[in-house]
Design a binder for this molecule. Structure first.
Ligand code: ADP
Length: 647
């Protein structure tokens, strides 16, 4: 079957040709000059057989014809005795017959060989590795696929014992494999072979038994496919699956594997019915959101989940989410449904869940959807218990609010005398207007018009005193943080009114330069007012010892380039050391004998909690400037809306 083994090379073809021509000429000469024609004719048979090794069928026939012509020609050239003439003719006929038979057999074997060679050529076209070995495992055929896979050329492999050459590792004892092969005529399995370069290849191997005419096994045809890459990919997949399972099981955070395919199908159905804005749709139909809960199937949960939700075993948590949902969870679940509808890859939100024992848990949950297109039959939800963190945050907020209140009270204490003055002024005006009113009435006849005017003054003063008290009460009230829309211009004017008396008492010139039509900011009005009050009081304090220049306090407001509302408090006080500015904002840093050193620290935390910034710098030519900025309402709401983890 082997092409190389049967086809002569160019050099051997030439050698054969020369040899054949030499034998033919030699035979002819000897035949023509001697009467030994029967022996000589046999040599022509040799020439034909020799040529058949390197010539095509037509060439063999031509050579055969030539030999016949020479045989006949020699007959006429040979000097015969008359006695031998008849014998010679019959010998010549026998010789011609011998040449003819030899030609026929040579041509026939030649065409059989061609068929085999063509078949072998076809086997070389396949990418599969094919080789044949005899019953002693000696390789007799080796195709190009085998050369490519294993690295040995035909000439190197043929004649070698297969399993020695390739150091075959079998999946079961070779004896068992051979038994099956002999019994059924086939065997299939995976083998590990070592290539010529020493690397290993995993192959899917198919063996077929070849039998001779008597049914005896003569050879084994082995077809191998290299599955090393597939094997490696399968191993990598198995390994990654194993790692995933191990992470899933042992992770300290609660992980849920959920099947959202029913939810996805239901949402697709709604879309087909014409629903486009799912956000609006779910907001308008909370009952549908509730119905969706039972569509989410819990496939698996990890150990941390069992522990967090106080379950006896994971079975208690499988199947439905109902057991851990609370009424507060619904909003976050609606967010999840919107994320599915909008085909987002990720969604996270903060919500309240409950354990199987009914304890409330504040959690941060994150849900990762598989890449599209997907039936969403495997989504991962991680749940982080932030109950304690939330509690700590709330406690911190409460403590901060308490501290802010205390500093507010302290600031207001400093203002007591000027506020008292502010209140007593309208009060004494009320008293004197009261007397004046009485006098107008006591007149004969009573001057009602004069009395009316004094009563109007009394009402105005009463309102003024009431406003001062109202502002002070507003600042001293201990209210929880209330976020709302704050008009900064109005807030500045209110605060200026509160410190008005103190400003006058200290001989300070207070000026305001307020931007027109400032947009509102979002925040807690009392807290923002506390900041401004604190900055103004600090400015007043800083100017108390200034005698050599005018004491001036400026309040300016503006809208900065980023769209934030900015407020600046300028004074002409003792000023600050630019290298020491940040220290002023540290808690308990004070240069005042009765100072607490908490004012600026609290101011900064309030402004930062509102998403703004507070800083200080020297004023020109003297004093200090304290500036804060707050994002305007639209920006603030936009950033708050993006908050629930929509990535
Ligand atoms: P307190 O007023 O109780 O000292 P603050 O935190 O309000 O606490 O202020 C910290 C310190 O910052 C003050 O003691 C003062 O030294 C400095 N400071 C604050 N405002 C000004 C200002 N306008 N000019 C100069 N120094 C100031």
């Amino acid at each position: 079957m082997d092409d190389n083994a049967t086809s002569p090379t160019a050099i051997t073809s030439r050698t054969y040709l020369i040899l054949s021509v030499a034998i033919a000429i030699g035979t002819f000469i000897v035949d023509a000059i001697t009467p030994a024609e029967s022996v000589i004719a046999a040599l022509y048979v040799g020439v034909v057989l020799l040529c058949a090794r390197f010539l095509q069928t037509r060439g063999v026939v031509l050579v055969s014809f030539g030999c016949m012509v020479l045989t006949v020609l020699a007959h006429f050239l040979t000097p015969y005795d008359d006695d031998f003439e008849t014998i010679s003719i019959s010998n010549r006929i026998l010789s011609l017959a011998a040449i003819g038979v030899a030609t026929f057999l040579a041509v026939q074997s030649r065409s059989q060989e061609m068929v085999l060679r063509e078949q072998a050529g076809l086997l070389d076209l396949t990418h599969d590795t094919i080789f044949v070995r005899d019953m002693k495992d000696v390789i007799t055929y080796w195709n190009r696929g085998a050369e490519e896979l294993y690295g040995w050329k035909k000439a190197e492999a043929i004649g070698r014992v297969t399993h020695d050459l390739m150091r075959t590792i079998f999946p079961m004892p070779l004896k068992a494999i051979m038994e099956e092969l002999l019994r059924t005529g086939r065997w299939e399995g995976e083998l590990v072979h070592t290539r010529k370069d020493g690397t290993q290849a995993i192959v899917a191997s198919r063996w077929s038994l070849q039998k001779d005419a008597r049914g005896l096994p003569v050879a084994i045809l082995e077809t191998n496919n290299d599955i090393s890459d597939r094997k490696r990919a399968e191993d990598a997949l198995r390994e990654s699956e194993r790692r995933y399972k191990s992470i899933f099981r042992t992770a300290g955070v609660s992980i849920w594997e959920e099947d959202f395919s029913q939810i996805k199908a239901a949402i697709d159905e709604l879309r087909a019915q014409g629903v486009e804005n799912f956000r609006a749709y779910f907001a308008a139909h909370p009952e549908i959101v509730r119905e969706f809960i039972s569509c989410a199937k819990v496939v698996d949960v990890n150990d941390a989940t069992v522990e967090l939700f106080k379950a006896q075993s994971k079975d208690e948590l499988l199947h439905s989410l109902d057991a851990v949902f609370t009424s507060e969870t619904l909003e976050a679940f609606a967010g999840e449904l919107i994320a599915v509808a909008e085909e987002r890859p990720y969604f996270s939100a903060e919500t309240i869940l409950q354990t199987l024992k009914g304890d409330k848990l504040t959690v941060l949950f994150a849900i990762t959807f598989p890449p599209r297109p997907s039936r969403l039959d495997r989504v991962l939800v991680t749940i982080t218990d932030i109950t304690e963190r939330k509690r700590a945050e709330e406690a911190l907020h409460e403590a901060q609010a308490e501290l802010a209140h205390i500093t507010r009270v302290t600031t207001m204490n400093a203002l007591t005398s000027s506020i008292a003055h502010e209140v007593s002024q309208p009060l004494s005006a009320i008293v004197s207007n009261g007397y004046a009113g009485l006098r107008w009435i006591d007149r004969q006849p009573p001057d009602l018009e004069g009395a009316r005017r004094t009563f109007e003054h009394i009402v105005g003063d009463g309102h003024r005193a009431g406003e001062v008290i109202g502002r002070v009460r507003g600042l001293l009230k201990k209210t929880p943080t209330i976020r709302g829309s704050v008009d900064v211009t109005e807030l500045i004017q209110d605060t200026v009114a509160v410190v008005h008396g103190e400003v006058l008492r200290n001989g300070i010139l207070l000026r305001t330069e307020l931007a027109r039509e400032l947009p509102p900011v979002v925040g807690d009005r009392v807290q923002v007012q506390q900041v401004l009050l604190n900055l103004m009081m600090n400015g007043i304090d800083a100017m108390k010892e200034v005698t050599e220049r005018p004491r001036e306090l400026w309040i300016r407001s503006h809208l900065d380039e980023s769209g934030a509302v900015g407020v600046a408090v300028h004074d002409t006080g003792v000023g600050l050391d630019p290298s020491n500015v940040e220290r002023l904002f540290e808690a308990f840093y004070t240069t005042k004998s009765e100072g607490m050193g908490m004012g600026l620290a609290i101011c900064r935390s309030i402004i930062e909690a509102h998403g703004g910034r507070l800083g200080a710098s020297p004023n020109q030519p003297c004093g200090a400037v304290f500036k804060f900025s707050l994002p305007r309402e639209r920006d603030e709401t936009a950033s708050a809306a993006a908050e629930p983890g929509e990535h």
